[in-house]
Design a protein around this ligand. Structure first.
Ligand code: SF4
Length: 314
């Protein structure tokens, strides 16, 4: 299949055009409504998991299959800021995703990761599917996945600059290696989670140097899909079968940006004073320690722990 055939969207024209241009206000409105609905559910619903999955499903349908707009918020943000005073439509187009996301971050931290991000949702679904593969040792599965990724990288390598044009595949490869370290010694988990700050720095430096890099999430949004982003995406899916939310935990640069701003969150999850082994199976991000404390840089506000262990949102 030609890579162009994968760029499929239900809506190719703006639904709510601004000043009769190609700039569409619909993704901004949809994202704001989804975030608003998520916050409403958090405050008002007792059983939140089904409602959260409905929001995630809506977001997947809207942003992965409907709008011609992606969540590559960091690159768009930098570009949008550089256009201030020159092209206001471009400023809006490039910042309309990051602004609602950052606004929600000051209230509920990484709520975007746990409620809206389609890549996070896909990984949550995979985690349940991965449970069926438990009988296969994780290191063997990971070795097979690594061979698949290396083969794909070799088969579809870019013609010119191997690393720069292949950044998304490289991120996928790094993710696979990090998963090896995590499985070899689960005690490394907290240290490995800090690596997302490193990938955030690499990502920002690439943008500042004018390098147009793609990422695994380009494959899910489809409008900038290329072979490296597809290989990165496959790596995210494969690791998601073995380690819950591996991409979000260790590599995602956007997650790294959110985590770096953790001190500004208004609401956080307060853990329990009672140590328990059960916590590790509850939290998809392994954000709860055995002692019951919550790592707020990793928490994505899925609220499973509040429903299951009585943790408090405060
Ligand atoms: S700490 Fe609780 S709310 Fe946060 S991600 Fe883990 S289970 Fe979800």
């Amino acid at each position: 299949m030609n890579i162009e055939q994968l760029k499929w969207k239900m809506v190719e024209r703006p639904l709510i055009p601004i000043q009769n241009s190609w700039v569409d206000a619909t993704p901004f409105i949809a994202l704001t409504l989804l975030l608003g609905a998520s916050i409403f559910i958090i405050f008002k619903f007792r059983k939140k998991q089904s409602a959260r999955h409905i929001i995630q499903l809506f977001s997947l349908i809207l942003f992965a299959f409907t709008f011609h707009r992606c969540f590559c918020a960091i690159r768009g943000w930098f570009f949008g800021l550089s256009e201030i005073g020159r092209d206001n439509l471009s400023v809006f187009q490039n910042t309309c995703i990051i602004i609602p996301v950052i606004a929600s971050l000051f209230i509920f931290g990484r709520i975007f990761c746990g409620w809206i991000c389609p890549l996070g949702f896909v990984q949550e679904l995979l985690k349940n599917f991965g449970k069926r593969l438990r009988q296969i040792p994780k290191l063997i599965m990971l070795s097979i996945f690594l061979v698949i990724a290396i083969f794909l990288i070799y088969r579809f390598k870019p013609v010119n600059f191997f690393v720069i044009q292949n950044m998304s595949s490289m991120l996928g490869l790094c993710l696979l290696f990090i998963c090896f370290l995590s499985i070899a010694n689960p005690a490394n988990d907290l240290r490995l989670k800090k690596l997302k700050y490193f990938f955030l720095v690499i990502w920002i430096l690439s943008i500042l140097l004018g390098i147009f890099v793609t990422s695994p999430w380009c494959a899910i949004y489809g409008n900038e899909i290329d072979y490296p982003s597809l290989i990165g995406f496959i790596s995210v899916l494969l690791t998601g079968l073995i380690i819950s939310m591996a991409w979000c935990r260790y590599v995602c640069p956007l997650g790294g940006l959110f985590a770096a701003l953790a001190r500004f969150y208004k609401y956080t999850i307060k853990g329990s004073d009672i140590p328990s082994e059960e916590y590790k199976n509850t939290c998809p991000m392994r954000a709860i320690t055995k002692n019951g404390t919550v790592d707020k840089e990793s928490c994505i506000y899925c609220l499973r722990c509040t429903e299951k262990h009585g943790f408090k949102l405060q």
